[in-house]
Design a binder for this molecule. Structure first.
Ligand code: AMP
Length: 489
């Protein structure tokens, strides 16, 4: 088995890893670190949870520490592009952790934060710049940063960038980088556009793919509570009060819903914070910090805001609203039962969501038991007619997912905002509540229209298996690895 000491990393880096409780490299680290050190371009197929961040950060740090070359004013040696502010912040946090015994400058530039402090941080030049594409382009245009001396670029979660409409920006940015450079592309999936991007911009890349170690879905105790829509908030409060919660993530469909649920919980004496696309960067950081520290152990979030948040010790995932697409359910519940722990996932299901529940049960090939033994005291949903679009059973819900061809967004949060604007222009089915608009939901396995999504759900339900679901959960089971909490936790 590869050891960190086999990877040619400096003692200062090894010490930081050891302080962090890392004992052995994960499979992606064992393969990407040497390949990057050898100067190869890389296509890495790996999901969050596999240790992919350290796999590209460690060789960047090693190179920087070997060269001891200060970056020129407003230039950066290495550039890491990420689809969302949260992921960018997390990458930067990892850089800080692994480089704590090194002398280097890093900065994170993302939308939703004031540009001034970012400009000042970049003025003297930085070793590693972590950025979302839209804000980076703004800074390039204003001359706050130049990338003509950048020798390594990493595109993290390239498939998410594609989903969020960043491909044109990525191509423009790559075209501005020096021809002689190292390019690393990380993606959980490899849709054809990502393959094409790699073909156009990478030189003879090494393809490194790691199957995430499965996290048994049976370690997650799943159940549902059948409840009328009007009683959901009270039921959520009573459920949370009945449980020993280490940390809980409550998923809502809309941003307004997230705010309201957080308020209700707070009023009931349950410390909670809401996180979604309308929150400012500083509010998000504060809320996430309180969640990590456990001072506000309940985080109410929309899918897009929760994407990329990596916090261990989530004991409960609660679906206040079921997701529109069954696969998203699997991603949501994968927030719990991390790092070898077990977890609980509970879904509050009202009468309008019974069709969605059936789709989830088909996909997971399990019937989700009712927590309190209650059966829904509700009329049966009209059976589906053969050949009819399965969406029809929920036809009162508006079409919410972004379609290909919608205007590309400049960053994750703007993507959500633009989604709302573009949806406003489209003919829509009647909305259940006129003031509510949901954030973009971008499930991984299939990102075309809903009709295809439903077909894929049906296919997985009939032909899939638990291993496939575990793959979707995609988080490394590090039960054998002693991992201390992050400094920030
Ligand atoms: P990532 O896939 O980069 O998001 O990493 C997922 C989690 O695994 C993070 O909490 C990291 O701190 C942790 N991690 C990464 N590499 C290792 C390792 N070699 N040993 C233990 N934990 C790790």
């Amino acid at each position: 088995m590869t050891k960190f000491t086999d990877l040619g990393l400096a003692e200062t880096i090894l010490r930081a890893l050891s302080d962090e409780g890392y004992e052995t490299p994960t499979p992606i680290q064992a393969r990407v670190v040497p390949a990057m050190r050898a100067g190869h371009d890389i296509v890495g197929i790996a999901q969050t949870g596999t240790g992919k961040t350290a796999s590209f950060v460690l060789p960047l740090l090693q190179t920087i520490q070997e060269h001891k070359r200060r970056p020129a004013a407003t230039a950066c040696h290495a550039l890491v592009l990420a689809p969302t502010r949260e992921l960018a912040a997390q990458i930067e946090e990892n850089i800080q952790i692994y480089s704590k015994f090194l002398q280097l400058r890093s900065a994170v530039v993302v939308g939703g934060a004031k540009p001034g402090p970012q400009v000042r941080q970049m003025a003297k030049g930085v070793d590693i710049l972590v950025a979302t594409p839209g804000r980076l382009e703004d800074h390039i245009a204003s001359g706050a940063i130049r990338i003509d001396q950048t020798s390594t670029v990493v595109l993290d979660e390239a498939d998410q960038m594609l989903d969020l409409g960043f491909m044109p920006a990525i191509r423009r940015i790559l075209a501005k980088l020096p021809k002689k450079r190292q390019t690393v592309l990380m993606s959980a999936t490899m849709p054809s556009q990502i393959r094409k991007l790699a073909g156009d911009f990478l030189r003879d890349p090494k393809e490194i793919s790691v199957a995430p170690q499965s996290k048994p879905i049976d370690r997650i105790d799943q159940s549902v509570i059948h409840v009328a829509q009007s009683e959901k908030r009270d039921r959520l409060v009573s459920y949370l009060q009945s449980q020993t919660i280490e940390r809980a993530v409550v998923f809502t469909r809309t941003k307004h819903g997230a705010n309201r649920v957080a308020q209700v919980l707070d009023r009931a004496g349950i410390a909670a914070g809401a996180i979604h696309g309308n929150k400012s960067q500083s509010q998000r950081i504060k809320t996430l910090d309180a969640f990590k520290k456990g001072t506000a152990p309940v985080l109410v979030a929309t899918d897009i805001a929760a994407r990329g948040i990596d916090v261990d010790g989530v004991s409960h995932v609660i679906n206040f609203d079921l997701p529109e697409v069954a696969e998203v359910y699997v991603h949501r519940i994968g927030r719990t039962a991390r790092a070898g722990a077990s977890g609980t996932a509970v879904s509050l299901v009202d009468e309008s969501q019974r069709g969605l529940l059936r789709e989830i049960e088909k996909l997971t090939k399990m019937s989700l038991p009712s927590l309190d033994g209650s059966t829904p005291d509700l009329p049966e949903v009209e059976p589906e007619k053969p050949g009819r679009n399965r969406r029809s059973q929920n036809s009162k819900r508006p079409q919410r997912r972004r379609r290909h061809g919608d205007k590309p967004a400049r960053d994750g949060a703007k993507a959500a905002g633009q989604e709302q604007r573009s949806q406003a222009k489209k003919p829509q089915a009647k909305k259940p509540r006129k003031q509510e608009q949901s954030e973009v939901t971008t499930p991984k396995p299939n990102n075309s229209n809903r009709r295809r999504k439903n077909r894929s759900g049906a296919k997985q339900a009939s032909g899939g298996n638990t291993a496939g679901l575990n793959r979707m959960l995609g988080n490394i089971d590090r039960s054998s690895q002693k991992k201390t909490k992050r400094r920030s936790a």
